[in-house]
Design a protein around this ligand. Structure first.
Ligand SMILES: [Zn+2]
Length: 322
């Protein structure tokens, strides 16, 4: 069935079902929605399968179709004789209940908490937590590159968190939220954000403590176009980094109250920091090692403007460059 045909049939069915009243009508509508959601979900997964050019086990390129297993096309590799499907070797390989994936992603579009998403889709809370991070593990690295023109870069810090960890590597904090040391210490996770004036945004979690030249080299350098003008605050690490790599650089001395020098400022990046931290509040603290997931999530919502669960699933299944 062609996609237009399918959509027409679906609309027609929903119109008929809408006329049914009572418990049976409600039950039928729910069943139908489940089936339609599963069909959508499988169709998007199979788009990924159709694009696979080599075997995930041995990278051999002689593939053939080999039956259908649990609703998904199975492929087989002539070289290693092993079979696979579109999700093999991905974090989504073994998660079931595919009829609930799109409703769950709808909850993620609404930035719902683990508990709220679980209640809304009828899955267990632990499942809800696991799914969140499986989807984000696939979508998290999807960033437009390179950044060009004027590129603002600045870092912000969040108190390191071992939320959910059974073995703390430090004494527990009383009442959660304060660092023991003043200033930028090893208790703070550094979040580096770079954004150009087209709104392309890259973010990194380089580690704990202050931003350094080595960190900028590792993370920022690979995403910059050759002819950028780097705009930062007056921190020495940015200055030294730019000088070392021959990158044009202008700094605003934010500490001395200087905010804008013509086009040079870091206000877009600082707004991004503020928006991210504000958005995080609803989750009541997130574990440090999941920070890249949350940055990927907000990037999807804010920069890529994901607005349907189908788009969200595609973002997870087809990261940029794949
Ligand atoms: Zn193979």
């Amino acid at each position: 069935m062609e996609i237009d045909e399918y959509q027409a049939v679906r609309t027609q069915c929903l119109a008929w079902l809408a006329r049914l009243t009572g418990e049976q009508g409600e039950g039928l509508r729910r069943l139908f929605e489940g089936c339609a959601s599963l069909a959508d979900c499988l169709a998007i997964i199979e788009e990924r399968g159709a694009r696979m050019r080599c075997c995930p086990h041995c990278t051999g390129d002689k593939l053939y179709r080999h039956g259908i297993l649990r609703g998904l096309q199975r492929y087989r590799c002539r070289q290693c004789r092993r079979s696979f499907n579109a999700l093999t070797d991905t974090p989504l390989a073994f998660i079931r209940l595919r009829e609930k994936w799109l409703p769950f992603l709808q909850c993620m579009l609404g930035s719902m908490t683990v508990r709220a998403a679980a209640e809304s889709t009828g899955i267990h809370r632990n499942t809800s937590f696991r799914w969140r991070h499986r989807f984000l593990a696939m979508a998290k690295d999807d960033r437009p590159k390179p950044l060009s023109g004027i590129v603002e870069a600045d870092e912000t810090y969040l108190l390191e968190s071992q939320k959910g960890s059974r073995q703390l590597t430090r004494p527990a904090r009383r009442r959660g939220g304060h660092a023991r040391k003043r200033g930028i210490s090893g208790e703070l996770d550094c979040i580096l954000v770079a954004r150009d004036r087209q709104g392309r945004t890259c973010d990194f979690v380089p580690g704990r403590g202050p931003v350094t030249v080595a960190r900028l080299q590792r993370h920022l350098l690979p995403v910059l176009d050759k002819a950028v003008l780097l705009a930062t605050d007056a921190a020495a690490a940015y200055r030294d980094f730019a000088k070392h790599h021959g990158i044009a650089h202008r700094a605003v001395n934010v500490r001395q109250g200087e905010r804008v020098l013509g086009e040079i400022h870091v206000q877009n990046v600082n707004r991004y920091h503020a928006m991210f931290k504000n958005w995080l509040i609803r989750f009541h603290g997130v574990a440090s090692h999941y920070l890249p997931h949350y940055l990927g999530w907000i990037h999807g919502l804010d920069c890529r403007h994901l607005s349907t669960p189908q788009q969200f699933l595609r973002a997870a299944l087809f990261p940029a460059g794949s």
